[in-house]
Each structure stands twice: as structure tokens, then as C-alpha cells.
Design a protein. Sequence first.
Length: 114
Amino acid sequence: MKIYKISQTIEYVYHGTSEGSFRNIRKHGLIPKNFIYFSDTEQYAESYSERKGNPYGNRILRVKKTQDIIPDENTNFQGDYKTTKAIPPENIEVKINNQWIPIKNYVDENIGIT
């Protein structure tokens, strides 16, 4: 078992996702198949979202880091985290126009998200 020394307290972890997954997450939250993966940096989550090729912009989510979100021991990157616990939409924020808002408050009638 790897032991991780965290030099700073991490308040939030970040998750980049595709447009289709974003719509599902907005309705149902983050539901693990095995794990939900996070990064301790917004930039890494954004790069993941960019690789998914979102036509309406990157979908970067953040959640407060809880004791259920643990370091991912299967990676060499110290900033990778995972959880087996579902995260309800009420606990998820999305970054829109450089501001974090609750995911349930996100509306864009132009693309059918109401």
C-alpha cells in the first residue's frame, strides 16, 4: 500500500466530463461503475474534458473532498483521487464563465438544458 503525504489541505477535487455524461450527471449525480476519478487540479480535469471534444465547451465539475475520496494508489500522479460512493447533484458544481455554480442551477435553453 502506498502512503501519501499531502502537504496542503485540499478543499475541492475536480472532474472533467463529456457533454452526454454532463447531462446525466446534472440529473442523477456522479454514479460510480467501479470508481469515480478526480484530480486535485482544475487544469487536469479541463484537459480531460477537452480530450472528450465537447461542442458546447468544457464541462469541469468540482465537489468538496470528503473522507470517501481517497488517493488513487494505481497511478503515479499524486493529485489523482477516486471514490466508490455516489455523489448527488446537490453536491456538485460546474464552472461556467469562470464562476462555480450548483450543477442543478445550470440552464442553457440554446442546447436544451432547462
